[in-house]
Design a protein around this ligand. Sequence first.
Ligand code: FPP
Length: 253
Amino acid sequence: MNSDIPSLDLDLLPRHIAIIMDGNGRWAKKRSLNRIRGHREGAESVRDIVRACREIGIAVLTLYAFSSENWQRPQKEISALMSLLKEFLRSELAEMMENNIRLNAIGQIEKFPNDVLEVLQEVMDMTRKNHGMILNLALSYGGRDEIVAATQKIAAEIQAGRLQPEEITKEVFSNYLYTKGMPEPDLLIRTSGEMRLSNFLLWQIAYTEIFVTSTLWPEFRRGELIQILHDYQKRERRFGMTGEQIKKASPRQ
Ligand code: FPP
């Protein structure tokens, strides 16, 4: 185990961390490199952060790798991102198996080209039984699309007589989302300083603690993640209650 982990309170770890990985383009621009080099270096941060989260004992890590809006980028950049994703999946499979990580995709993956889908499906199948950590890659993901799709599925269930409108609760609704069965994110990190949610996990982040760092994604590595976790452990999560109520319910905080 790395020596930075014991400094964390293992009873107060987030179960689910979600990350908006932003700033690859700016990282490249600062170095007069093309944007694709930025994404390539960003993939190195992905490797480092996945490894760190697994070692720390995070149950679910969700990474915003490609949004539904990213299809509007230049074709050359889209193709490079697809190749990078394929390369990443192929190169990380062995480590995912070794470290007991299950790969899962959230989003409209059917929009991806067949060659990418095949590798993605293969890695998801191979890692299906792993239970050490879930690595969720948000691919062609949009929060509003996810909510609309859930609503359509619920409407179809009602039409078929399998569900009554009054049976729709928040919990039932959650079961129609891509993140069904997973804990909601406790911590959302966004790199590169932008104060936006960019259509990410809109339903799931209702009570999530948000951290925005000015660090560009390709420079975001384990050390900063640990720092953020220290900050997270100092925050008081109130879920709409008063500070006093929270202290009574869990005296450790
Ligand atoms: C945002 O940077 C990043 C993306 C749109 C893609 C994220 C992709 C990676 C981190 C690399 C590959 C991913 C995996 C899972 C292997 P940006 O291009 O919007 O940066 P900018 O805002 O500075 O232009």
